[in-house]
Design a protein around this ligand. Structure first.
Ligand code: IFL
Length: 460
């Protein structure tokens, strides 16, 4: 990749918001990208300091009140944000912070807890976070922790279909809720195949591959998947095909199985599913392109509501080769970002109105912009990410960190009091990689999971 010339650092107009000082990089049309990268890094270091002082080893900080919340367990903390942050800290060169985080994991992370977790969330966030931290520094104890945790999730896969139960008790292995969905069935392979490669134990990759393939076999005659299915009977429980929540990362991990592992079966499944989605789910409205929810057997449009999570999809389409369509989908979401400042959680393209006015500090649009930029280096994708970053600085920054919004349509936008773990792993990393041109990342050969965890491409 051509190195980007570093121009003067124009940054740092300070403003007060919610009691915290906001370091804002001033960015003109052809931005000073390196300065923006530095601004992202300084926000990360600032947020880490608050997490360290107020929430060290806890799952999530409450950035307005300075309190904490736990996830994925209801009443016990596993260090979620800390683990999610690790490879982001590393790639930013925040080495002291990375090392103190790793030291905490080695000394205190303990998954032997009598409590029930989401198998999917625990895998993408915690197993993935530990594996990417291991990729960064090679510490065998990080791999051992990832393996210990995956071993505690494995009992969930013992079903007649191979689709995992949604919940498992970390200590007892007791399982619950077989009524599941494509995302929670098929979002394991990159992390679990990596675990198998590193440990020599094939059980992880095998379980992930089996679930992904068995779900593909359930597709309708239109090659579409619905959004709810029973892991015990293999019967569909719903008819709605979507690329939004409960399905999104299934499609992502079909592509990723090819990208990371060179798995041709994954590539074939990705192509079949994507051709069907593009054939039946594209809707053009007022110059925009949306991927509508349709009936998986008839292809008839069920709903004009779009889930914010679906805004990742343009990036995936681009990765899979449908670049113009992926760009158009991403531009449709970017136009919404321009209109609302921060994307609402759900939007109806028929009425032109949001249907959920919250925003859970989401990374999906930047994820798409990052993936499209990796393909063509078009500055337009950087500009979309810059708008996202600057809106986040303006609206989501609170006294002790970055928070969800309760209402993106209010003036001023109303803050909630919660910072999700993925904030540390996803958008902060995407912004930085997009803007900073860091030598710590291989911009040509890399792989990031659905949670933004880097399993390939960190450069020592
Ligand atoms: O956990 C995150 C991840 O990107 C995902 N789904 C939603 C989260 C972020 O919005 O797969």
């Amino acid at each position: 990749m051509a190195r980007i010339a570093r121009r003067n650092f124009l940054a740092a107009s300070a403003a007060m918001l919610g009691g915290g000082a906001v370091a804002r990089a001033t960015a003109s049309a052809d931005s000073d990208w390196a300065a923006l990268g530095e601004a992202v890094k300084s926000e990360m270091a600032w947020a880490w300091d608050h997490y360290r002082q107020r929430a060290w080893g806890k799952d999530e900080i409450r950035p307005v009140s300075g309190g904490v919340s736990s996830f994925p367990l209801k009443t016990h903390h596993l260090g979620l944000s800390l683990i999610e942050a690790l490879d982001t800290l590393w790639v930013m060169g925040l080495d002291r912070q990375f090392e103190e985080g790793v030291a905490w994991v080695k000394a205190a992370a303990d998954f032997d807890v009598d409590g029930e977790v989401s198998v999917f969330e625990t895998s993408i966030r915690l197993v993935g976070g530990l594996l990417s931290a291991h990729h960064a520094c090679g510490d065998p104890m990080l791999l051992a922790k990832a393996r210990d945790l995956a071993d505690r999730l494995l009992p969930a896969f013992a079903t007649p279909t191979g689709f995992p139960y949604r919940f498992v008790n970390l200590r007892t292995g007791a399982v619950r809720d077989p009524q599941t969905n494509p995302a929670e069935i098929g979002s394991f392979l990159p992390e679990w195949a990596t675990l198998s490669r590193l440990t020599g134990d094939p059980r992880y990759g095998d379980a992930a591959r089996k679930a992904q393939r068995a779900l593909f076999a359930k597709r309708s005659r239109l090659d579409l998947l619905a959004v709810k299915i029973d892991a015990l009977t293999g019967q569909w429980l719903d008819r709605r095909a979507t690329v939004g929540s409960y399905a999104d990362s299934y499609y992502e991990y079909l592509w990723d199985g090819w990208q990371l592992l060179g798995d041709r079966e994954c590539l074939r499944m990705y192509r079949v599913c994507t051709a069907a989605i593009l054939r039946h789910q594209q809707v053009r409205r007022d110059g925009q392109l949306w991927i509508a929810d349709v009936d998986f057997e008839t292809g008839g449009v069920i709903s004009s509501e779009q889930d914010e999570l679906a805004s990742f999809y343009g990036g995936l389409l681009g990765q899979g080769g449908a670049r113009a369509t992926g760009a158009k989908v991403t531009e449709s979401w970017a136009a919404l970002q321009d209109r609302f400042g921060v994307l609402p959680e759900a939007y109806d393209y028929a009425s032109g109105q949001p249907t959920a006015v919250t925003n859970a500090l989401r990374p999906e649009l930047v994820d798409a912009a990052f993936n499209l930029w990796l393909l063509d280096r078009n500055p337009r994708w950087r500009a979309i990410a810059r708008t996202h970053f600057q809106a986040m600085q303006r609206w989501n920054k609170a006294q002790y960190g970055y928070t969800d919004l309760a209402d993106v349509t209010a003036t001023p936008k109303r803050q909630a009091d919660h910072c999700p773990g993925y904030w540390w792993s996803e958008q902060m990393k995407y912004y930085y990689l997009l803007f900073a041109d860091t030598p710590r990342f291989d911009y040509r050969r890399n792989y990031l999971t659905t949670e933004g965890n880097i399993l390939l491409g960190l450069r020592k």
